[in-house]
Structure formats: C-alpha cells, structure tokens
Design a protein around this ligand. Structure first.
Ligand code: KG4
Ligand code: ZN
Length: 339
C-alpha cells in the first residue's frame, strides 16, 4: 500500500508517503516558527491560515518531485485530532477532498496514536506488548500497549504536559519561541546539580505526573538570582527534574504491568538527556527502551501515513464525506483496527 500522510494539527505542515511493501517512508515538513515567534507562542488563527495557503502546493510539489501520480496512491491519511480545530480542519478538508477526487479511501488518524506508532518506522520494530511514555506539548501519558488500538491508560499528567513545562519555563527565562528545544539546548551546557528542584509526585504510588509546580519553583529561584548567574545551570537543573520524574514514572509503569519493554514518543522524546539517561538506567534493569528517530519525535506526517496504512490495511476508512476533526479525542477511546 502506498499512503499519502497529511499532518496539520498544530504549527507544522507536513506531508509524507509510506509504502508498506518496502517499509520505506519519505516526508516533507514545513514549520511555522517564523510566523508565531513574534507572539511567543502558537496563534491558532495564523496557524490555520498558513496551512490553508501551504498544504495544497506542498502536496503537489511533493508528489511531482517523486514522480508519483495520484493513481498510484492507495489512500490518504490525515490527522483528525486532537489538536487546534482550525488547523485540523485544513488537513481534513483537503485530505478528504483529494481522496474523493482521486477515487481512493481517506482515513482520519489519531495524532497521539501516530506519535506512539512512530517507532514502527524504524528498521527493527518493538514487539507488542510494551509500555509507552508519550510526552508532547499537550500530552504526558503512560500507556500499556497490547497492540494497535489496544491502549490501557496507566497514568497521565494532572496539569501541564512535560513539553508544556519546557515551553513555559523557557518563556519565563526569556528564551524565544519555540522554547522547549531552546531550553533543552541551553541545559546541555549547564550543571544539572546546580539547583535542586523537587521532583513532583515522583514517590507518589501511581503513574500520574504533575509539572506545573516546577515552573513556579523556577520562577521563584529565577527572581532571586543575582544578575550574573548562569542560566544554563538553571535550565539543566529544571531539565534534570523533569527527566527524573519521567524515568521514575516509566519504571513504575513497567513494574505495574510486569513489562520489560518501553517505547518513548512525542516531541519531548527528542530530549537528549532523556534519551541518554533512559539508555543507561533501563539497560541496568534489563529493559529494552526504544525511541523514534529525531525526525519522527516531533510533529511529522510519516507517522500519520504509517498509522493510516496499518488501519487501512485492516479495511478501516472514513465511511462518508463529512469533515469531522476532533480538537479533543482521548487515546483510550480508540479500538483495534476493524477487519
Ligand atoms: O509532539 P510535538 O511536536 O507536538 C505536540 O503534539 O504537542 O511536541 C512538541 C513539544 C513542545 O512542547 C516542545 O517544547 C517539546 O515537544 N520538545 C522538547 C524538545 N523538542 C521538542 N522538549 C524537550 N527537549 C527537546 N529537545
Ligand atoms: Zn504531536
């Protein structure tokens, strides 16, 4: 199956092709950083408008550069939700319209399921079941994954998502948007032991997490700092606290379901400290940990095309022409692909 994937849930416009026969994927991502940077965060209306002007030419260019004719495609997978409703609407409208015009099926894909399955794009794929730590800008979840569509929630954040904590702390320290990766880069140059921040809920006997208190601690420390203090140390200490919590909670989740396999996904899985410490910590305990390639950690269409291919292969596709993006859509509402 050759599936065209479309991602427009937030501030990236992305298209991809996934060929299930060869397990090859190819993708193009356009980021809207320049548009939102002057505002210090994503402006939903500007995001939608940019998707509108960019998506159709991007698909045309992407396919023609690869000499792919619409008649060679077996389906179109677009992100149906969760995300910004106007932004989702753009991908859903164009994805379904093209599929209708080209006489092929369309399927609305769950963005978080796509993040979770992004590791399946690697050459060696983890076997089910496994525990997934999904950490993005809007979600922090620990899920027991028994198969595609078989998701049992083990824990989640009670307030801010891990990525959101990175973004808000970056803003607080005066770093420009997009803050999370900038803060992580700064943290790599600092001493993670310079300041001690509490690890929220780390010893709480559940897999739930909380990150909003951390930014309050940073704000207080930052306000009291002498002017010549090293910002990299503050960033590194914050990052160490978040990563410690993520590793401790993943360890708890693995124990809870007696699993030795962990998959980490979502934008925060690009974090170098999380990647490094996971490898050393989990290896010691005989746990296999898998991260997606960096290009598939943050928002992309490759994961959408792959997820669409898996579900379409089982005969799942949109049953009518109505456009129904979902701003909110719990992952656990998904079911096994219908076949
Ligand atoms: O998955 P993603 O691209 O979009 C959502 O679905 O939300 O995740 C974006 C989030 C942002 O909050 C961003 O700050 C965070 O991932 N992020 C990082 C890093 N790269 C992206 N957080 C920590 N370290 C990074 N290297
Ligand atoms: Zn995402």
């Amino acid at each position: 199956m050759l599936i065209l994937g479309i991602e427009t849930s937030c501030d990236e416009t992305a298209v991809a092709l996934y060929d299930s026969a060869s397990h090859q994927v190819d993708q193009l991502v356009h980021t809207q950083v320049d548009i939102h940077a002057p505002y210090g965060g994503v402006v939903p209306e500007l995001a939608s408008r940019d998707h509108v002007t960019r998506l159709a030419p991007m698909i045309e260019h992407f396919l023609s550069e690869r000499f792919i004719k619409p008649s060679e495609l077996d389906g179109i997978a677009y992100t149906r939700g969760p995300g910004l409703i106007g932004a989702l609407m753009v991908g859903a409208c164009l994805g379904k319209s093209l599929a209708y015009g080209w006489g092929i099926p369309a399927l609305g894909v769950h963005h978080i399921e796509a993040h979770l399955l992004a590791v399946m794009l690697e050459e060696t794929q983890p076997d089910f079941p496994f525990v997934a730590l999904i950490v993005s800008g809007g979600h922090s979840l620990l899920v027991h994954v028994k198969g595609v569509g078989e998701y049992h929630l083990l824990g989640e954040t009670l307030d801010d998502a891990a990525g959101e904590a990175f973004d808000k702390t970056a803003k607080l320290l005066g770093l420009s948007y997009p803050g999370g990766p900038a803060l992580a880069a700064l943290a790599e140059q600092g001493d993670p032991k310079a300041y001690h921040f509490t690890r929220p809920m780390m010893h709480h006997p559940t897999c739930d997490m909380s990150f909003s208190g951390l930014k309050t601690q940073i704000a207080k420390t930052y306000a009291e700092l002498p002017e010549d203090s090293c910002m990299a140390d503050l960033a590194a200490s914050f990052q160490a606290a978040v990563v410690d919590v993520l590793i401790a909670k993943s360890t708890r989740a693995l124990k809870q379901v007696n699993s030795k396999r962990l998959v980490v996904a979502g934008g925060v899985s690009a974090n170098q400290r999380l990647r490094r410490l996971s490898q050393t910590t989990f290896k010691k305990h005989g746990i296999d940990v898998v991260f997606p390639k960096l290009a598939y950690c943050t928002d992309n269409a490759a994961m959408v095309a792959y997820t669409g291919a898996v579900r379409m292969a089982a005969g799942e596709f949109d049953s009518d022409l109505s456009i129904q993006p979902k701003a909110r859509w719990p992952l656990v509402d998904l079911r096994k692909p219908t076949s």
